[in-house]
Design a protein around this ligand. Structure first.
Ligand code: AHR
Length: 506
């Protein structure tokens, strides 16, 4: 018999954190490895549409439900010449991509990507190159993309077949500019000045845009904290969001620490919020700056040989991590962390979308399938819309070497304002015990019944592959019912769970 532990939480609509910004469920398409070429785009594929984009992948992207797609990088953008990717395809140059030591054929560029993203139901989030380029290239790109016509760049767009402006609202001022690996790496002071002046010029072209300034590449950077403070002192009133990036992986056999990744994400978000609010106070700014967690995921970086060991291939197989049940549970817990901070995290991008550390995999000329991580993401994106309720689970904890003592159960709840239905997302980090989670719903007497889906498996290392694409999928468990103001859901050991509570009438 699997041992049983107990945990509890209370749902009360009086304690709401924030409305979920749908842009919390974004993803990321970088010109890296096989994300674009043989990922979203493969003109010779049986399912390709008239523009060369794969139909089978597009179907999965729509199912994943990603309201925002960041593009075209990532490290790639810091060496990118966006003008290479416009106009007749046969005239576009093949370039050395210094970020990933690959060949970039430029067969997909701003026009194709933006048009495709909109067809996927996604808004593009465009990064500009502040590595090898700067203000001029950035303001020209805004003019090309967003100005209606009658100028050099907007008329060029029209001649290239895009009569209406793309209307790209979200823009990133470079990528990971604090990282020594970044082409055109800068000190905080150098980046802060460039970001500020680029922001001003881009907004002069289109005042309606929203801007994301680069925070640290990750929280272990030696400049973390100071970087954000220096950059924000210079740009606070010029930008709308500061970025965060974080990747998680299991180190050695320490699965307990890996399962605590959400606790680390909580701490990271809260540290960046503190820095933003410090700069706000010290600079007497009235607005409150929000966060764009525009790269996050599980990534087994220890397995990546490093850029220097690559060899200028076309669409190389780079970081095509195959995700397990444990990885999916961690991804689910990271989504819970993002939702628990929905008052300040307004944008987030699961990095990346296809093949490159991605929820969707595809083979050239072959099938496309859902990785294990696809499921918690798609279900949270679909059902985690509305108002996030503050929930504070009580229950058992366990000790980790990385994050100290962490709760066994992490959870959040989202209430649909129209139907009143509440969706509870919960992760049981225990590797050997089920947890009976008592949910006090006395403040929501209309909640009577609920369905329970869970992702777990007797083999925590099980994965989905081209041959067994549905080896791991969420399973429907017994429905739950309210009794004496409490709903009890039993969370299997090492599981991600979604419990949808509604009225008896449905
Ligand atoms: O997503 C892969 C890479 O990770 C991105 O190019 C970079 O921004 C980050 O370091």
């Amino acid at each position: 018999m699997t041992p049983l532990q107990h945990a509890a939480l209370t749902l009360d609509p009086a304690f709401a954190i924030a409305e979920v910004d749908p842009r919390l469920y974004g993803s990321f398409v970088e010109h890296m490895g096989r994300c674009v070429y043989t990922g979203i785009y493969e003109p010779d594929h049986d399912s390709a549409d008239g523009e060369g984009f794969r139909g089978d992948v597009a179907e999965l992207v729509r199912e994943l439900s990603v309201p925002v797609l960041r593009y075209p990088g990532g490290n790639f953008v810091s060496g990118y010449t966006w003008e290479d990717g416009i106009g007749p395809r046969e005239d576009r140059p093949t370039r050395l991509d210094l970020a990933w030591k690959s060949l970039e054929p430029n067969q997909v560029g701003v026009d194709e990507f933006t048009t495709w993203a909109r067809r996927m139901g996604s808004e593009p989030m465009m990064a500009v190159n502040l590595g090898t380029r700067g203000i001029d290239a950035a303001r020209n790109l805004v003019e090309y993309a967003n100005h209606p016509g009658g100028t050099h760049w907007s008329d060029l767009r029209r001649r290239n077949g895009v009569a209406e402006p793309h209307g790209i609202r979200l823009w990133c001022l470079g990528n990971e500019m604090d990282g020594p690996w970044q082409i055109g790496h800068k000190t905080a002071a150098e980046y802060a000045r460039l970001a500020a002046e680029t922001a001003k010029a881009m907004r002069r072209v289109d005042p309606s845009i929203e801007l994301v300034v680069c925070g640290s590449s990750h929280q272990r950077m030696p400049t973390f904290g100071d970087w954000e403070a220096t950059v924000l002192r210079e740009t606070y009133d010029l930008v709308d969001y500061v970025s965060l990036h974080s990747y998680y992986e299991q180190r050695g056999a320490d699965r307990g620490s890996f399962l605590a990744s959400g606790a680390n994400m909580d701490r990271f978000i809260e540290s960046v919020v503190a820095t933003c609010d410090h700069v706000r106070g010290a600079g007497q700014h009235s607005k409150r700056l929000n966060l764009a967690f525009d790269e996050w995921n599980v990534w087994y970086q220890a397995r990546f040989p490093g850029e220097d060991n690559l060899d200028w291939a076309r669409r190389p197989r780079l970081i095509e991590d195959e995700y397990s049940v444990v990885d999916a549970v961690v991804v689910g817990s990271l989504l819970i962390s993002l939702l628990r901070h929905a008052d300040r995290v307004k944008i987030a991008c699961l990095a990346q979308l296809v093949n490159v550390i991605a929820p969707i995999r595809s083979e050239p000329g072959g099938p496309a399938w859902r990785q294990t991580t696809f499921h918690p993401f798609a279900l949270t994106s679909r059902h985690g819309r509305g108002s996030v309720l503050r929930v504070e689970p009580t229950g058992p904890t366990y000790e980790t070497s990385w994050m100290g003592e962490v709760p066994v159960v992490t959870a959040t709840a989202v209430r649909d304002p129209e139907s009143g239905a509440v969706t509870l997302f919960a992760v049981n980090r225990s590797q050997d015990s089920q947890v009976a989670l008592d949910v006090d719903v006395r403040a929501l007497p209309e909640l009577a019944v609920g369905s329970h889906l869970a992702l777990f498996d007797s083999d925590p290392e099980a994965t989905n592959t081209a041959d067994h694409p549905d080896r791991v999928t969420p399973r429907r468990l017994a429905d739950v019912k309210t009794a004496d103001g409490t709903v009890t859901a039993v969370l299997p050991a090492l599981s991600w769970n979604m419990v949808r509570l509604g009225s008896a009438q449905g």
